[in-house]
Design a protein around this ligand. Structure first.
Ligand code: PRX
Length: 645
C-alpha cells in the first residue's frame, strides 16, 4: 500500500449533529496541547466529583511518576450508575445477549443496574473484601462480570479481570502476582455452544502450590455441577443482599484496576490504572471517538478480560449513560450472520470489533451480512490490531453500505483508552491508518537511535506528554514499568509499535517492533510461549516468532530443539500443542512447530530472531548478514525444514 492522498475516503454525510467538526477538532487539539491542565480540568467536568480537582497533571518521565487530578475525590461506580438514576433511571443501561440465540436476552435499566450492583457489592463485603483489596475476576461474558467490576469500584477494591480463556496455570500466576485473596467466577461459561469449566479451572488453579485465597464467589450461570470447598466457596445468590451500600469516596489516584498484559520479556505485567484519570479518559474518548448520542445502543464485541472490554463495554459507555450490549457468544455461532442478527435484534447504533473477526466473516461471503437489515448501525469501529485496507473496505462497503464512518482506533492496555483515531464528525478516513491523535496525545516518531523524525516518516512510536488515561505503574514492580516503557527513549513513553506518518499527519501502525505478537487481536509475548515449551521434558530450547496469517493477523511459529537423540515426530508435535494450551490457554496454541537440531545464534549465544522471522515468513531472499552466526550452516537447514512443511 502506498501513502497517497487518493486513498482517503471522505466521511459519509453524518446523520445528525456531531460533537466535533474539523475546525473544532483543530481548536480543541491545539488547546489540549497548549494548556493540557486547563483542557483536562475542563474535561474532568464530565464526571461527578465529591471534591472537584484543582490540579491537572503532575507528572514526570524521569523519574517516572504520573498523577492527574490528584486533589480530586470521586467514585467511578457512582459515575457509571448512581448519578444517572435521577435523569435516566428507566433508560436501558445493559443488554445481555446469550450465546444461544434461543435463550432469552435480558435488559437492565440504570435503576435495575443500581440495585444489582449494590447486591454484588454487599456480596463482596460478606466475602470479606475491603477497600484496597485485589479481587480476581474469572468470568464468562454475562452481566455479573460487569456487576463485579462496578461493585469493586463501588467499595474501593481493585479488580483484576483474567480472561476466561486462560488456563488454570495462567490464572494462578495472575492471582499470586497481585496477592489477590478473592476470586469471582461462575459455575461455567458458554461460547459457541461449548461449555467452559470456569469453576473447575479456579479449583485447579487454587490447587497449585503456593496459590491461596480466602474466598471464592460463584455465580450460577449454566447450572453445571461444581465442587465446593467448605468455608472458601460461596454462591453469589447466598451472599447477595439489598442493604444500603454507599459508594466509597476515592482519591483520583487510588487504584481502580490491574490488568495483566504481555511484554517482550518475562511473565505478564499487572498494568495499573487509577480512578480519576482513567475515568476522564474513557468518558471523553467514548464521547468524541464514537460521537456518542444519547439513547444509542453501543456494542463492543470484546471480552471484559481485555482492556477494550473495560473501557468500552463497562466504563466509557456507562459513565456516558449509554446502553452497552454484553454478548456472551462468538461471531460464527450458530452461523456467520450472528453479529448482524444481534445488531438487528437490539437495534445497535455503534458496532466496535476487531479486524480478526472482520477478516473471518469476510471470508464466509457477503450473503451472511446482506441477508440481515443492519440499518440501525450508524458507526463502525475497529480495534486491537492493524486492519488491512481490504478488510477495511469490506467493513465499510458491505457491512456499513458506505453510509457509516469507520473509526480505526489505536491504543493499548497501558493507554487506558483511544489514542489515535479519526473522529467521525471531523475527519476523512484512510483505510489501514488509525489517523489523528486524540486530544492531549502528542505522538512522536523516533529512529532506532532516538532521533526525532519530522513530517512524513516511519519510525518507532513514542508519546511525549502524559495523558490522564495513562497507566501509572506495573503492580508491585515500578522498576519494570520504568524499564519497559521509559528507558528505550529517555523522557518518552515508548509504545513498542512501529508507525508511519503521512503528509496529512495521519498515523498508520505497522505492527510491534519488539518480541510481542498479536494473534487475533490478542497480545502475546513470544517469551511466554517459549517458557511454556521448554517446560516440556523433551524440549531443550525454543524460539517463537510471529508470521503473517490471513485471518489471525499473526500466527505463532515455534522453532524447537529437542533433547539429544530425540527426532520429535507428529505425536510430539500434537503433544506440544496441547502442552502450550494447557500452560497458557487456547489463544496461545502454536500454528507451526518446527523441530530443528539447532537455532541460529551469534558467537556470543544470542538467538538471531530476525532470521527466524524471515524464514517463518517464507522470505528467504532477504535474510541479511548471516556471517556473524556461530554456525551459518544452520540457516540452510532451517530453510530446508521450512520448505518441507
Ligand atoms: O500493536 C498495537 C495493537 O495492539 C497493541 C496493544 O494491545 P493491547 O494492549 O492488548 O490492547 C488492544 C486493544 C486496545 C498495540 O501496541 N493495536 C491496537 N489497536 C490497533 C493496533 N494496531 C494497529 N491498529 C490499531 N487500531
Amino acid at each position: 500500500m502506498t501513502d497517497t492522498a487518493r486513498e482517503y475516503v471522505a466521511r459519509p454525510a453524518n446523520d445528525g449533529p456531531t460533537h466535533c467538526t474539523a475546525a473544532q477538532y483543530e481548536e480543541l487539539y491545539r488547546r489540549s496541547v497548549d494548556d493540557p491542565d486547563g483542557f483536562w480540568l475542563e474535561q474532568a467536568k464530565r464526571l461527578d466529583w465529591e471534591t472537584a480537582p484543582a490540579k491537572g497533571g503532575n507528572w514526570s518521565y524521569d523519574p517516572v511518576e504520573i498523577n492527574w487530578f490528584e486533589d480530586g475525590v470521586l467514585n467511578l461506580c457512582h459515575n457509571a450508575v448512581d448519578r444517572h438514576l435521577a435523569e435516566r433511571g428507566d433508560a436501558t443501561a445493559l443488554i445481555f445477549e446469550p450465546d444461544d440465540p434461543d435463550s432469552p436476552s435480558r435488559t437492565l435499566t440504570f435503576t435495575q443496574l443500581h440495585a444489582e450492583v449494590v447486591q454484588m457489592a454487599n456480596a463482596l463485603k460478606a466475602l470479606g473484601v475491603k477497600k484496597g483489596d485485589r479481587v480476581t475476576l474469572y468470568m464468562p461474558m454475562v452481566v455479573e462480570g460487569t456487576l463485579a467490576m462496578l461493585a469493586c469500584a463501588r467499595i474501593g477494591a481493585i479488580h483484576s479481570v483474567v480472561f476466561g480463556g486462560f488456563s488454570p496455570e495462567a490464572l494462578a500466576g495472575r492471582i499470586t502476582d497481585c496477592d489477590s485473596r478473592f476470586v469471582i467466577t461462575a459455575d461455567s461459561g458458554l461460547r459457541g455452544g461449548k461449555t467452559i469449566p470456569l469453576k473447575a479451572n479456579v479449583d485447579a488453579a487454587l490447587a497449585l502450590e503456593g496459590v491461596q485465597v480466602e474466598g471464592v464467589l460463584v455465580v450460577r450461570h449454566t447450572g453445571a455441577e461444581v465442587d465446593f470447598v467448605e468455608g472458601r466457596d460461596h454462591w453469589y445468590h447466598d451472599l447477595r443482599s439489598d442493604e444500603d451500600c454507599p459508594c466509597e469516596p476515592m482519591k483520583a489516584e487510588d487504584p481502580l484496576f490491574i490488568l495483566y498484559t504481555s511484554g517482550s520479556t518475562g511473565k505478564p505485567k499487572g498494568v495499573l490504572h487509577t480512578t480519576g484519570g482513567y475515568g476522564v479518559w474513557t468518558a471523553a474518548t467514548f464521547h468524541y471517538g464514537f460521537d456518542y448520542r444519547p439513547g444509542e445502543v453501543h456494542w463492543c464485541t470484546a471480552d471484559i478480560g481485555w482492556v477494550t472490554g473495560h473501557s468500552y463495554i463497562v466504563y466509557g459507555p456507562l459513565i456516558n449513560g449509554a446502553t452497552s450490549l454484553i454478548f456472551e457468544g462468538v461471531p460464527n455461532y450458530p452461523d456467520h450472520g450472528r453479529f448482524w442478527d444481534v445488531v438487528d435484534k437490539h437495534k445497535v447504533d455503534i458496532f466496535y470489533t476487531a479486524p480478526t473477526a472482520i477478516r473471518a466473516l469476510m471470508r464466509e461471503g457477503d450473503h451472511h451480512v446482506t441477508s440481515r437489515d443492519r440499518s440501525s448501525i450508524r458507526l463502525l469501529g475497529s480495534v486491537g490490531e492493524p486492519i488491512n485496507p481490504e478488510a477495511w473496505r469490506w467493513y465499510y462497503e458491505v457491512v456499513g453500505e458506505g453510509r457509516c464512518p469507520v473509526i480505526d482506533t489505536w491504543w493499548q492496555t497501558e493507554t487506558g483508552g483511544i489514542m489515535l483515531t479519526t473522529l467521525p464528525g471531523a475527519h476523512d478516513m484512510k483505510p489501514g491508518s488509525a489517523g489523528k491523535p486524540f486530544f492531549g496525545v502528542q505522538p512522536q516518531l523516533v529512529d532506532n537511535e532516538g532521533g526525532v523524525l519530522e513530517g512524513e516518516a516511519e519510525g518507532n512510536l513514542c508519546i511525549t506528554h502524559s495523558w490522564p488515561g495513562q497507566a501509572r505503574t506495573v503492580y508491585g514492580d515500578h522498576e519494570r514499568f520504568v524499564q519497559t516503557y521509559f528507558s528505550t527513549y529517555a523522557g518518552k513513553y515508548f509504545t513498542g509499535d512501529g508507525c508511519k506518518r503521512d503528509d496529512r499527519g495521519y498515523y498508520r501502525i505497522t505492527g510491534r517492533v519488539d518480541d510481542v505478537i498479536n494473534v487475533s487481536g490478542h497480545r502475546m509475548g513470544t517469551a511466554e510461549v517459549e517458557s511454556a515449551l521448554v517446560l516440556h521434558p523433551r524440549v531443550s530450547e525454543a524460539a517463537v516468532v510471529g508470521y503473517p496469517h490471513d485471518i489471525k493477523g499473526q500466527g505463532i511459529y515455534c522453532y524447537v530443539t529437542l533433547m539429544e537423540g530425540d527426532d520429535g515426530g507428529d505425536e510430539l508435535e500434537a503433544e506440544l500443542r496441547q502442552w502450550v494450551r494447557k500452560e497458557i490457554g487456547p489463544i496461545a496454541t502454536p500454528d507451526h512447530l518446527h523441530f530443528t537440531p539447532a537455532l541460529p545464534k551469534t558467537r556470543s549465544g544470542k538467538i538471531m530472531r530476525r532470521i527466524l522471522r524471515k524464514i517463518a515468513e517464507n522470505d528467504f531472499g532477504s535474510l541479511g548478514d548471516t556471517s556473524t552466526l556461530a554456525d551459518p550452516g544452520v540457516v540452510d537447514s532451517l530453510i530446508e525444514g521450512r520448505q518441507n512443511r
